[in-house]
Ligand binder design. Structure first.
Ligand code: ADP
Ligand code: MG
Length: 208
């Protein structure tokens, strides 16, 4: 069966889609979404997925509770699945989040929606990422495919700018980067300039 794939110019074909089932996703991801009862995309998911799925860098701003987690989990799963990522390939994706609680939530969503995929995933908390990158031979990031900054405004608020810059500087430049944030601050713009390449800027401000 062909693996769902959209090329760099076909995103507009999917920009009017409302349902996950209309998107060019692998059956494994579709099954995970369906079983978790995710059917209708939220506004930020509708806006960002067509771009993220064709490999573009995305800077997405949308308020808390708008569904940003799936807006990056789905492209992560699809990218690694299309690349037939396996354990011997090293670390394929890093998702950076500001707090343990948020990291736990992301991990839970990943386990639920990604349950039909065969990837292994780990949770590093308390500043361990840099330590792993420095010390662990097995933590091989040279083939990293996709980097996610979740709640980027909060990561910067809590004073992680330096370690974050340090992490970014150690990652391969040929990668896809997704940045999600509730607000678009000056420091988020700075991070975007440092970490993203020619991003698609997507702001979703739903009416109350
Ligand atoms: P954010 O990161 O923008 O604050 P979350 O990704 O945490 O938002 O999602 C907020 C809530 O909305 C979660 O309970 C999540 O399960 C739910 N949710 C996300 N996307 C959808 C969707 N397409 N359909 C139904 N519920 C969704
Ligand atoms: Mg979130």
């Amino acid at each position: 069966m062909p693996i769902g794939r959209i090329n760099a110019n076909s995103f507009s074909q999917y920009s009017g889609c409302k349902l996950f089932s209309q998107m060019p996703l692998s059956q494994k991801t579709k099954d995970g979404l369906h079983e978790a009862n995710y059917k209708v995309m939220t506004d930020i998911q509708r806006a960002s997925l067509p771009h993220a799925l064709c490999g573009r860098d995305v800077l997405g701003a949308a308020k808390t509770g708008s569904g940003k987690t799936l807006a990056f989990i789905i492209p992560v799963l699809e990218k690694l699945y299309r690349a037939r990522w396996g354990p011997e390939d090293g670390v394929g994706c890093i998702i950076i989040s500001p707090t343990r609680e948020l990291a736990d939530q992301i991990f839970d969503v990943l386990k639920i929606v990604g349950k039909h995929h065969a990837f292994s995933a780990g949770l590093l908390i308390g500043g361990r990422l840099l330590q792993q990158m420095d010390e662990t031979v097995n933590f091989e990031c040279s083939q990293l495919q996709i980097l996610v900054h979740d709640e980027a405004d909060r990561i910067l608020d809590v004073g992680f700018k330096k370690p974050l810059n340090n992490i970014i500087s150690q990652l391969p430049k040929e990668r896809q980067t997704l940045l999600f944030s509730a607000t678009q601050t000056k420091s988020v713009q700075d991070l975007a300039r440092l970490s993203l390449k020619d991003p698609e800027y997507l702001g979703v401000h739903e009416e109350a």
